[in-house]
Design a protein around this ligand. Sequence first.
Ligand SMILES: [Zn+2]
Length: 63
Amino acid sequence: MPQKVICSKCGYILYEGMELKTPDEILQQYEERCPKCGRKLSIRPVKILIDRSTEQKGVSKKG
Ligand SMILES: [Zn+2]
């Protein structure tokens, strides 16, 4: 199955091919910007920040 990386804003195909590339590699080719709409590219998953000040201590989950 070919890899396909598309700009989430304008749909521009940033990369399409059978060769698997890392998101970083593809982003660097475009200097982290979509050549069509100029949007700053980010393929990395969204980070979820945990506010440690509200984190409860002593909570343990199984699994
Ligand atoms: Zn774009």
